[in-house]
Design a protein around this ligand. Structure first.
Ligand code: NAP
Length: 492
């Protein structure tokens, strides 16, 4: 397939076409007093475009629209909702090339990865279109006889959906898909750094026949001020959040006030275990996928790579060799494999974590120095002998830095892997079946990649335990997060 470099004309065209207003009740509207904020290109630091900067009053208007639309939307047939989602799937797929360019411009990832994310994002719509048709219930005779139990599922009601910048489209469709399938309306708040993908999606949803008020999109530079009153209002019935654990905790506390239902997809600190009986080539390519997808800016990124001491040098040398051959550059350029990080703060954190690890004795095998010049680039980096007390063993690196920690025994490495408040995903590479199952069962995480470096799949239940979150997205359980169970007791 062709993989052309996107030129400035393409960029001007897609930026000119994307809506920049708020989507409220099926209409595009400027924010109160015409306020706007800038969206920047992380590859250059330059402003791309201004988008509407919603005030708390704009947020309330969006929620008004979602609340007003809820009753009629809940009454639509599953087949109508299926049709909307399938149409949106087709439009996303047809416009994939432009949407990928838009994503690369605002977020920085290479075009090939943006294309991959658009495909992944669209699949959530296709998956949840099917789930809309499979919302089930039950009918049962009470154990003592006589009464009957009728169990029905109903949409939760108006939802607040908050998404992060690292997967600007897929984290949205992973929530909007099941919300629509279940019959819930929503107010969506994308990350301030990457609002354009969500705005483009808003246009697609309108074209796909999603009724006015069912999906409202609010972009803002002051998330807390706009969202807190919506949470406190008692009019929204559910908050689904993807983002950092720190913000997730703040939102959980806010939701506790009126016992609002929540789904929380939070941060990770994924351990990646390579045993001495693993296929080394497979383990290196698995580590590349788990580490380098999205430049390492993923909640699922391999944050601590534990390698059995007998193969640690060999593994590290092969990983360093592969990493140092990756091409770093603006995501829009043909052949770029590693784009810039999201912003200066993101890159500074990576610089600090690498300095901390090397101060404590880690060895740099490749990379390790941020380049001068425009954009927030950081080179693919491999560190060997990272001590367990290094900050990068405890905090999300969120950058292209592989941190290798040698280990001696299975017991020791499982204990080390679990020694974190996070529990999103773990990876295990071994060719010993008994060990594979034993270790996969022993790891405290919501997901395990067994001899594979990517676990994300719209048809699988994605989510974490411990401080990595509550609830699951995707799979057949993803829609349950947007449904209430109602039991009707019947006397016969
Ligand atoms: P973040 O700072 O927590 O922000 C996430 C979203 O929350 C953004 O839309 C943000 O808006 C909004 N927000 C921030 N403060 C808020 C508040 N007080 N009230 C309401 N909304 C608020 O996270 P991020 O830096 O965008 O994303 C990276 C994090 O997401 C990482 O920790 C990563 O692991 C996690 N993540 C988890 C998953 C998963 O599925 N488990 C997937 C992807 C990412 P602004 O942009 O305006 O600040």
């Amino acid at each position: 397939m062709q993989n052309p470099t996107a030129g400035p004309t393409d960029a001007t065209r897609v930026l000119g076409a994307v809506p920049t207003d708020l989507l409220i009740d099926g209409e595009w509207a400027a924010a109160a007093e015409g306020a706007t904020f800038a969206v920047h290109d992380p590859a250059t630091g330059q402003e791309l475009v201004q988008v509407a900067d919603a005030s708390p009053a704009d947020g309330q208007r969006a929620l008004d629209a979602a609340v007003a639309a809820q009753r009629d939307f809940a009454a639509t047939s599953p087949r109508e909702r299926y049709d909307m989602l399938m149409k949106a799937f087709e439009l996303l797929t047809d416009r994939g090339e432009d949407l990928a360019l838009l994503m690369t411009l605002e977020m920085g990832k290479p075009l090939a990865e943006s294309r991959g994310e658009i495909g992944y994002a669209a699949e959530f719509f296709r998956h949840f279109a099917g789930e809309a048709l499979r919302i089930d219930g039950g009918y049962q005779t009470a154990p003592a006889g006589g009464a009957r139990f009728l169990v029905a599922k109903q949409p939760v009601g108006p939802c607040l959906l908050i998404t992060p910048w690292n997967f600007p489209m897929a984290m949205g469709t992973r929530k909007i898909g099941p919300a629509i399938a279940a019959g819930c309306t929503s107010v969506v708040k994308p990350a301030a750094q990457t609002p354009l993908s969500m705005l483009a999606l808003g246009e697609i949803l309108l074209e796909a026949g999603v009724p006015a008020g069912v999906v409202n999109i609010v972009t803002t530079s002051h998330a807390g001020e706009v969202m807190q009153p919506l949470i406190a209002s008692g009019r929204a019935r559910k908050l689904s959040f993807t983002g950092s654990t720190a913000v997730g905790k703040v939102l959980l506390a806010q939701c506790a006030e009126n016992v609002m239902r929540t789904s929380m997809e939070l941060g990770g600190n994924a351990p990646f275990l390579v045993f001495e009986d693993a296929d080394l080539d497979e383990a290196v390519s698995g580590a590349m996928a788990a580490k380098m997808r999205n430049m390492g800016e993923a909640c699922t990124a391999a944050n601590r790579i534990y390698v059995h001491r007998s193969i640690a040098q060999d593994f590290a040398a092969r990983l360093a060799d592969t990493m140092q051959r990756l091409r770093v550059g603006p995501g829009v350029e043909d052949g770029t494999q590693v784009g810039p990080l999201i912003d200066d703060a993101g890159r500074s954190k990576v610089v600090e974590l690498v300095a901390d690890a090397t101060d404590r004795g880690a060895r740099v095998l490749t990379g390790g120095q941020a380049p001068d010049g425009a954009g927030f680039f950081y080179p693919p980096t491999v560190l060997l002998d990272v001590p367990g007390d290094a900050r990068m063993a405890r905090e999300e690196i969120f950058g292209p830095v592989a941190s290798i920690i040698p280990f001696d025994t299975e017991e020791e490495v499982v204990a080390a892997a679990n020694d974190t408040p996070y529990g999103l995903v773990s990876y295990v590479f071994t060719n010993n079946l008994r060990r594979a199952l034993r270790v996969a069962e022993g790891l405290e995480s919501g997901m395990v990649g067994l001899n594979q470096g990517v676990v994300s799949n719209p048809a699988a239940p994605f989510g974490g335990i411990k401080e990595s979150g509550l609830g699951r997205e995707g799979g057949s359980v993803g829609i349950e997060e947007f449904l209430e169970v109602k039991y009707i007791g019947i006397s016969v």
